[in-house]
Design a protein around this ligand. Sequence first.
Ligand code: SF4
Length: 317
Amino acid sequence: MHVVAATGRDDLARVYIAQAGPGRHVEFVESVQPPLPREKKWVLVVSCLFGCPFSCRMCDAGGKYQGKLSREEIDFQIDYPVRKRFPNGVIPSEKFKIQFARMGEPALNPAVLEAIAALPGRLKAPGLIVSLSTIAPAGCGEFFQRLLEVKESFRPGAFQFQFSLHSSDEQKRRELIPAPTWSFAEMAAYGRRFFRSGDRKVTLNFALAEGYPLDAGALLSWFDPACFLVKITPVNPTVRARENGLRPVFDGKRRDGETAERLRRAGYEVIVSIGELEENAIGSNCGQFVRSFLARGADARPGESYSYGLEALAAGD
Ligand code: SF4
């Protein structure tokens, strides 16, 4: 595995593409949260699959599935930025978060469990926090059971877990995520097992798009605010979202305070995450950069290095 392209800015987000063989590309990201320096907070987002067998309507990673990453290939996406930023291998960041949330549904790859389990012993990172985000595919019960066991080796609060819901209406969710997944009842039951005292609550993530409701009452009937929190983000302007006519309910200019307020009144802790608008230009939304890279015929020139300017990505090239 080697890095064949990179874009972005050191003071916000850098997206890398790594190649493991012909047609096998993944993207991974390192980011900081201005104005915090890297020593305060540093976030890595790593891929778990080459592409993804699912085709969520807002995600550029879907389709063209080329298989699972090996444990070594997952480790590479962590070790590469660590070596680059902290050559002595000591990661001083007070909060060093590694998100298994990028290209590919993590629950489809058992090597993700091996990679996560090894992290506390492998990295010199006192601020380590792991986060895993999933659509909760059906048939992955063994993965999720083992995840509960792996979590036990992390201190309370150092392992975060997120279900990507996107709507409180299960039927509408199936339109956005056309894959067999757990029901809300199954997710609620698992979340209750996952959450322990001292943990961050299990996150219910909503990338809100017009026509896909987030109703506090509907959510309450399944998810207890004592162990679930709600995170609202705008649906990102990916190629797939545009093709599918998904329009954000809110963005940096239009903030959706009402939805957040209703959820808070229902008892939920709510995080509204607009993100840095420039991240869209950088292409750090899932699958955006690798899609752009492959559209340029990168496979025809293996081994060559690429570095695209922000302007090109902002122009939607
Ligand atoms: S959102 Fe996740 S599960 Fe859906 S296509 Fe993208 S990577 Fe796959």
